[in-house]
Design a protein around this ligand. Structure first.
Ligand code: AMP
Length: 282
């Protein structure tokens, strides 16, 4: 069985030993309830680094008061079975280990935090940036692997690592999807069978945007209107945002040019899903 480490002290001892032995460390931070998307990050980490540390921590400070922190699926022993042979260590600390009484330091990445997901989820990225800073300090990886599924998060963490001179490369890897295009997410378990069918609309809308751009459409508003119309026809779906933006700054654009990020957040029933696609024009 892959060893599960629960304390910071023990994790540090392992990391120090590995670093002294000249090993390159890859880490994959997750909140558990692992699926193929998470496993794809671990497989890539395996290829690029000598040892892989998976962290599993449902981070309370990145959830808003009305969000699903309590309900979020947790299954440490099931997760450990899924990653057998794929990772060398699992770091699964308790909330008290990461946030002992009196904890009062937070990391904020201004600019990228307040738009898109940040508008819908105030304080979310402050929670993410703070926990990832702590995890990177504890695990001291040479490379940390994140999914494009949460593109804004990955971009913001790249910025944070650069701004704070952290000695770690943030690697962004492609989104893994179900056969019908739905991006894998730990939150998909909340969907009823009807909602699960309806949820394919997210990827269909992204593909519609891609076809429009490939057919020569350059107006962002024409594209987002076409996507909106698709969501209006699906009664279980309610869009929170559809953003057409520059993939580095996340600023909304009016005219498609070069690389474009199409990002969306959509409620399917009581479940909020996000997805995105980066589309290149020549
Ligand atoms: P989470 O446990 O949902 O916080 O996700 C942990 C990491 O897995 C993050 O870097 C996510 O972007 C990544 N991830 C989640 N879903 C997918 C997916 N479908 N494909 C690729 N990476 C993913």
């Amino acid at each position: 069985m892959t060893q599960i480490i629960q304390t910071i002290q023990e994790m540090r001892e392992v990391v120090n030993r590995l670093r002294q032995g000249g090993k390159r460390i890859g880490c994959v931070p997750t909140m558990g309830a692992l699926h193929e998307g998470h496993l794809s990050l671990m497989r890539e980490a395996r290829k690029r680094t000598d040892v892989v540390v998976l962290s599993i921590f449902v981070n309370p400070i990145q959830f808003g008061p009305d969000e699903d922190y309590e309900q979020y699926p947790r299954d440490l022993s099931g997760d450990a079975r899924k990653v057998e042979g794929l990772v060398d260590w699992i770091f699964a600390p308790s909330v008290e280990e990461i946030y002992p009484a009196g904890f009062s330091t937070f990391v904020e990445v201004h600019g990228l935090s307040e738009i898109l997901e940040g508008t819908s989820r105030p304080g979310h990225f402050r929670g993410v940036a703070t926990v990832v800073t702590k995890l990177l300090h504890i695990m001291q990886p040479h490379q940390a692997f994140f999914g494009q599924k949460d593109y804004q998060q990955a971009l913001l963490l790249q910025k944070m690592v650069e701004d704070l001179n952290m000695d770690c490369e943030v690697v962004i890897l492609p989104t893994v999807r179900e056969k019908d295009g739905l991006a894998l997410s730990s939150r998909n378990v909340y969907l009823t069978p009807e909602e699960r069918r309806a949820a394919t609309i997210l990827y269909q809308a992204l593909l519609t945007a891609k076809s429009l751009i490939e057919a020569g459409e350059r107006s962002a508003s024409v594209i987002s209107n076409a996507m909106e119309r698709m969501f209006r026809e699906e009664e279980r779906a309610r869009t929170e945002y559809i953003a057409i933006c520059h993939p580095k700054t996340l600023r909304e654009i009016k005219e498609i040019q070069g690389e474009t990020l199409i990002a969306l957040s959509v409620w399917i029933g009581k479940t909020r899903l996000i997805d995105n696609l980066i589309i290149k024009t020549t």
